[in-house]
Design a protein around this ligand. Sequence first.
Ligand SMILES: Cc1ncc(COP(=O)(O)O)c(C=O)c1O
Length: 487
Amino acid sequence: MSDVNPILSGSAQSIAAYQDAIEQSTQAVVEWLKQPEMYQGKTVEQLRERINLNFTSQGLGNQAAIERAVEYFLKDSLLVHHAQCVAHLHCPSLVISQAAEVLINATNQSMDSWDQSPSATIIEIKLIEWLREQVGFPAGDAGVFTSGGTQSNLMGLMLARDAFFARQGHSIQQDGLTGDLSKIKVFCSESAHFSVQKNMALMGLGYRSVTQVKTDAFSRMDLADLKDKLAQARADGEQVMAIVATAGTTDAGAIDPLADIAALAAEHQIWMHVDAAWGGALLLSEKYRHFLNGLELADSVTLDFHKQFFQTISCGAFLLKDARHYELMRYQAAYLNSDFDEEHGVPNLVSKSLQTTRRFDALKLWMGLEALGKKQYAEIIDNGVTLARDVAEFVKTQPHLELVMEPQLASVLFRFRPHSDDLAFVALLNQRIGDVLLASGSANVGVTEADGITCLKLTLLNPTVNLADVKILLASVKETAEQLLKA
Ligand SMILES: Cc1ncc(COP(=O)(O)O)c(C=O)c1O
C-alpha cells in the first residue's frame, strides 16, 4: 500500500488530501461551467475510442485520477444548464443542492437504520411529514425518499398488488403470486410512463397486465374510456388491482383528471396511485397549484425532486396515504430494524424502503427549501410553465413550424413542417433535426411522438432560459431543417 492513506478521516494528512482533491475538482467544474458549447459534439464511436480505463497496480494518485476524469468525463459532458439543453426532464441543479451533496458525500450516512444516520433519519421523517401536508394527506410519516420516479412507482404498484391479494386473504410476501394471473390488471393511460410496464413485468405480472386507457386531445386519461374499460374488465372476469393516474406526462405534461379518477377508483374499490414525478413540482407553485386538485385522494403518490425541483440526481419520494399498508412489506432484520428497536420507537427507515443502503438525498430538498424559501421556489417552477405558453404562441406565428399540442406544464411539442404531404418524410426530417443539432453540439432537443406524430420537444425547466433563448434555438431548428432539405 502506498504511504498516502486514501480514506477520508480526521487525520491531518487525510484532511489535507480531501481539501486538495475537492479544490482541484471544484476548480475543474468552474472551468467546465464556463464552456460555451452545450456539448463538444463527439459521436458514440469517437467517445468509445477516446475513453480508456487506466487501472495500474501502483495507482495514479488522486491528482492524476482527477485530471483524467476532467479530460475524459467532464469535457465531453453535456452542459445541462445550457440554454439550448432542453430535450428531457433533466434539470440544471440548484447551487445549494451541490453544497448539500458535499455534506451528503462526506458524511456518507446510510438511511437504512437510525444508528447509521441519526440526524439524517429525523430530517427525512420531518420532510416526509411536510410533503404529506403539501399533498393533503393525513398527518403522519408514511413515505420515504427514493432513487426517483421508477422506484416510487414500483412501491405504489407493489403495495397496491399486495393489498389487493391481502383482501382475498393471500399474502404475496409469504406465498408469492397465485391464481389466474392473466386476470389481474393495472390501468393507466396511453401516455403514462413506461415504468408502469417495466414494474409490472418485474412484479411477475407482465406487460400484458397493463390496460392502457385512451387519452384525449391533451394526452389526459379519457374518463369515458376508463369507465368502458372498467366495465369490460368486470364483464371479462378481470380484476383491477390499481389505477395509475399521471400528474404530468413525460412529453405533454398532461395531468389526468385526478378527482374523477379517484371517484371511479373508490366506487370500484381500486387502489389509486398518482405518478406526480413531474407535476408534483406544482405543489410549490403559486399560480398552478390547483392543477393538482384531487392528488390528496390517491392511495399513494410518486414525487421526483430531480425534475422540476432542480435537485441533483438522484432525489425522489414515495408517499403512502395509509401507513398500515407498510405492514405488507414488513421485514424485520435483527441487525437493522429489530422488534426491540420498534418497541422502543427507534425509526429504522429500511422498513419503509425497497433499498437497504440508501443515500441521504432528503438533505438536498431540505436545504433547497430553506435556502430559496417557498416564494423563490415557486417562481422558478412557475417560470417554465409560463415560458412554455409564450413559446407556443411564438411557434404559432412561424409558418414553417406547427404546434402539435398546447402546453400544459413546461414542455412544448411542435414540428418543422416542410411543404410536403409525405408524413413519413416529415417524421424523418424532424428526427434528423434533433440528431444533427446534438451531433453539432449546439442544442439538445427532444424527439418524441404525440398521437402518432413524430415531433420535437422542448422541456423548458431551466428558469434561466427565456423566450429570446428559445427563439435562437428555433432559428437553429429552421436552419438545420433547410440544410437537410437541401442535402
Ligand atoms: C411521468 C414520469 N414518471 C416516472 C418517471 C421515471 O422517473 P425516474 O427517471 O426518476 O426513475 C419519469 C421520467 O421521466 C416520468 O416522466
